[in-house]
Design a protein around this ligand. Sequence first.
Ligand code: SIN
Length: 289
Amino acid sequence: MSISVRRLSYGIGAEVLGVDLRRPLPGEDIATIRRAWVDNGILLLRDQNITPEQHIAFSARFGKLDDHSALFKYRHPQHPEIFIVSTKPNADGSPSDTRETGVNWHSDLSYTLRPAMGSLLYCREIPDVGGDTQFANMFLAYQTLSEGMKKMIEPLQAVHDYAWAIHDTEKGRDSAKAEAHKKVNPPVKQPMVRVHPETGRKALYVSEGITTHIAGMNHDESRAILSYLFEHSVRPENTYRHHWRPQDLILWDNRSVMHKALRDRVPGTHRHMHRTTVLGEPSGELYKA
Ligand code: SIN
């Protein structure tokens, strides 16, 4: 069966049909998928009845995989390449630490000097209602800015700090946890406009969940500009919202896409996902306040 690609929405995304990931794909199919992935930002592959090994093998066709050492507690016990995002309680009954993972807009690993190229999220369990993920096209976000705004932000860098994202809806800000994370992941400066290494296209590269401020500006100036950019980049026409089905696999390109796990879970229902992360090109520098 040959591969075909159909768009998912105006703003972003496509579905790939004619692929069965239980068998290794020929190199030309991988090249077709990579092209469609870069062009559409996210790709949806439905009905993939795959094991963790097959998920890892497919992901590794796109580059070196992260072993998730920055967030080592949440790795799959047998497969460090798999990061588990789950709302299911731990074996001792305590709440899962990843039940709120990714609930604010972000691009994976933007808070490191080697941000992720791509992420491949596989749905193992999902309730009938809720557990959705939203995606935003950051090429489109950049393109639809005025020429004046583009010119102003293009030479600037913004600070990305994982500790900023440590927040729990019930407990509020967890500063002890944030400090511990800061030791492993100190804040970095990233370009506000990132040039996509495979296409040369420009994408806006700031996110509400991880970007704290613009380097070299005072707090009020920085907040005003960033608030505008955050709101602008997630306008509905720029986004796609996915309601998962079990065995869906979604690939997103972190160099041109932001995403957010919605807080739309019906109490008492659960969601269980496996994510692999393909490492990208080095970007940014350490931030010294
Ligand atoms: C993530 O941010 O990597 C997870 C997104 C999701 O669970 O929908």
